[in-house]
Every structure is written in structure tokens, then in C-alpha cells.
Design a protein around this ligand. Structure first.
Ligand SMILES: [Zn+2]
Length: 209
């Protein structure tokens, strides 16, 4: 479990900020981990704000909701810079589903941390093809603390780091359908990709005749 090196912004000292990133595949519990950290800060009466991309409307527009239904109120925004003003008076800022924001998120997180805010970012590190997702690689580089959480492979029970898409859609952002994905380990993810390629080739061949 992640243990913060320091969580107090002692009244007598100038506030010091930093960036924490929590990444993993779908079903890895990264949102739960974000909520755990934020709730602990709230209990300590720190000022907390939570933001998420406006396009993620899978559950409730106002809540960061994880799959296990532990939820916390959040503000949907279209662009990262929209959080600068409301976040500047906070001790802690949480950002969920960060992979859907554009690259400017990195600069915004840096600015907040530079101004004494503790920034906690959660997001998918890879898309359904196993490619680094949106601003996440750059965020991982600039963060002081990185936590990679894992799911369990539905095929073999190994540690899973991939979000395998069960449907053939080629859009990077496919929302609303957690049923369309399953967590897989490297081996089973690769097998699934190869099966799909083989199937695609067979369909293309059949169409020729
Ligand atoms: Zn597996």
C-alpha cells in the first residue's frame, strides 16, 4: 500500500506540492485507490477537489465512481486548464480517468504542484491495444510518486496489466461498456490479439471468394 511521505502542509510552513500517479488496466482498482487517498485527506479536513473529463459519463455526471460503487463527488471539465482556478485554493486535487485529457494536463498538474497542491492522478496507462494512453506516459515521468496497480487475468489468473477489448471496434475511446473489456496478462492479451488478427484475415479471405 502506498504510504505518503508527508501529507501535512503545516500551517507554519509554506505549502509544498507534488504529483502522485496511480495507473493500471481496467478492473485494477486505481479509482478505489484514488478515492482512498482523497477520503483520508478529507477526514483530516484538508480542502479536496476532484475533477474528471466531461466525456466520461458512464455513471453519474457529478461523481467519480469506481466499479465497486464507492463514490466521491467530482466536477466534470472539458479541458485541464479549467481546474486551475478552483484547484488553486485546495490542499489536494484528485483527477480521475486522466487518460482522456489532452497533453496540457501535464503542464496543469505541474503548475498546481509548483503552487503547493498535492495532485493525485488516476488513469489507464495503456489503451486496448497496449499503447501508452494520452498524457499518462508524460505524467508518469514528471510525478514524484508512481503506483501501478494490477488486475487479475480472467483467462489464467496471472497478474493482469492489459485491458483487452472483446468487441472489434477500433476507437481508442470506447465508453459506457465495461462489459466490452476484460483484464488480461501479457500472454493472454497477446493470444487474444493474434486470434483477432487471424479471424480478420479469414473473414477478408472469405469475402474474396
Ligand atoms: Zn493470462
Amino acid at each position: 500500500m502506498f504510504i505518503e511521505p508527508r501529507v501535512g502542509n503545516g500551517r507554519e510552513l509554506p505549502r509544498r506540492g507534488w504529483i502522485e500517479v496511480v495507473v493500471g488496466s481496467m478492473f485494477s482498482g486505481k479509482t478505489e485507490e484514488l478515492i482512498r487517498r482523497l477520503n483520508r485527506a478529507k477526514i483530516a479536513r484538508q480542502r479536496v477537489e476532484i475533477f474528471k473529463p466531461a466525456l466520461d459519463t458512464r455513471y453519474h455526471a457529478e461523481d467519480v465512481v469506481s466499479h465497486n460503487a464507492t463514490s466521491i463527488r467530482s466536477t466534470p471539465i472539458a479541458f485541464p486548464h479549467e481546474m486551475l482556478l478552483p484547484a488553486s485554493s485546495c490542499d489536494v486535487v484528485g483527477i480521475d480517468e486522466a487518460q482522456f485529457f489532452d497533453q496540457s494536463l501535464v503542464e496543469v498538474c505541474n503548475q498546481l504542484a509548483d503552487h503547493g497542491v498535492r495532485v493525485i492522478v488516476a488513469g489507464l496507462d495503456m489503451d486496448y491495444q497496449g499503447k501508452p494512453f494520452g498524457p499518462m506516459p508524460a505524467l508518469l515521468a514528471v510525478a514524484e510518486y508512481v503506483t501501478k496497480v494490477h488486475a487479475v487475468c480472467v483467462r489464467c489468473g496471472d497478474i493482469a496489466t492489459y485491458s483487452f477489448r472483446k468487441t472489434p471496434s477500433a476507437e481508442q475511446v470506447l465508453l459506457g461498456e465495461t462489459d466490452s473489456y476484460e483484464a488480461r496478462c501479457r500472454h493472454c492479451f497477446l493470444e487474444g490479439q493474434q486470434e483477432r488478427t487471424a479471424l480478420g484475415t479469414a473473414v477478408a479471405e472469405a469475402a474474396k471468394h
